[in-house]
Design a binder for this molecule. Structure first.
Ligand code: P6P
Length: 315
């Protein structure tokens, strides 16, 4: 038991030793994200209890002030990332403006969505944390291909931490018994093809004709539909089982709904690193887009090479 276990901490230190692009500062940052997401995971697991134990309105199961899980997660990430001394600026999906950390000598900018899919919490449906790290020298509005590292944590049937620093994608599952993330999915590669397509079909009437024809064609084949409504969950399933995930532009969201810097770019980076294909506006590589502002939105398609090519044949 555990004799071959590799913890995320071991892996980060080894990555720093082997990979000259991975500095001590980045290792400290990723390790702190690991620490934060363990705390969030504990709160997510107990979130169903808050209304019972937190009924007094004073404290919840952890003795914290009862507050919405996404506000709690956002503040925790801010405070713990700032405390590393490695951060020049922080950008959260929960906050309109970036935060430049006062008097920081930190080299990094961290974009994060503290609780992706938070509207799913009360339904006990998986939710996630997404992060994307840039070097500060490029400023706040860098192309996604300048990301130094990106990843997500999925709070599902188990808690898994998946990240890339440009040398492949690796997944670590939290062992609650020892409170460590253990390497469970080394070198994740997306299957070349998959049967699953994932899209919110409630918006079908708002899609353009080409996309409507693509979806009609899928229904005449042997595809199956799966849609969680949490990007981290739908993307993770796509990495593991293959297929395609789409959150396209529509007449309702002409620019797309997902945030380029906070959702699309981290998952596009991971997708390419896992051997898949990611598409953004005009079905171009989203990592080559220069963002106009920190919350700019983008259409997003990611998936297995064969599934992405079949989608493109309808464009
Ligand atoms: P819709 C969650 O709110 C989110 O930002 C992503 O996690 C998810 O993929 C998407 O929105 C779901 O959007 O329009 O299907 O509810």
């Amino acid at each position: 038991m555990y004799k071959n276990a590799v913890t995320l901490t071991d892996f980060l230190l080894e990555d720093e030793r082997k990979n000259d692009k991975t500095t001590l500062g980045l290792t400290i940052l990723l390790h702190q994200i690991e620490n934060v997401t363990k705390i969030i995971a504990a709160h997510v697991k107990a979130s169903g209890l808050v209304d019972i134990i937190g009924a007094t309105g004073k404290t919840n199961v952890f003795g914290d002030q009862v507050q919405k899980l996404d506000e709690f997660s956002n503040k925790l990430l801010f405070d713990m990332l700032k405390s590393t001394g490695q951060v020049h600026a922080l950008v959260s999906e929960e906050m309109e403006k970036e935060v430049i950390v006062e008097n920081s000598k930190g080299d990094y900018i961290v974009y994060f969505d503290p609780l992706d899919g938070s509207s799913n919490v009360e339904s006990n449906i998986p939710i996630g944390t997404i992060f994307s790290i840039y070097h500060k020298d490029g400023g706040l509005l860098q192309k996604g291909n300048k990301q130094i590292a990106a990843g997500y944590v999925l709070y599902g049937s188990s808690v898994i931490f998946v990240y890339t620093s440009g040398s492949g994608v690796n997944g670590f599952t939290l062992d609650p018994g020892i409170g460590a993330f253990l390497l469970s999915h080394p070198d994740i590669k997306i299957p070349k093809e998959g049967k699953i397509y994932s899209i919110n079909e409630a918006y079908e009437p708002t899609f353009d004709r080409k996309l409507q024809n693509y979806l009609k064609n899928l229904k005449n084949g042997d595809s199956v539909a799966r849609y969680v409504g949490t990007l981290a969950a739908d993307a993770h399933r796509t990495f593991i089982k293959g297929g395609i995930f789409l959150h396209p532009a529509s007449s309702k969201n002409p620019e797309g709904k997902l945030r380029l810097m906070l959702e699309v770019n981290p998952f596009a980076f991971l997708t390419f690193q896992a051997g898949g294909i990611a598409l953004g506006a005009n079905n171009k590589n989203p990592l080559s887009i220069t963002p106009k502002h920190i919350h700019v939105r983008s259409p997003f398609v990611m998936g297995s090479p064969k599934n992405a090519k079949a989608y493109l044949s309808f464009q």
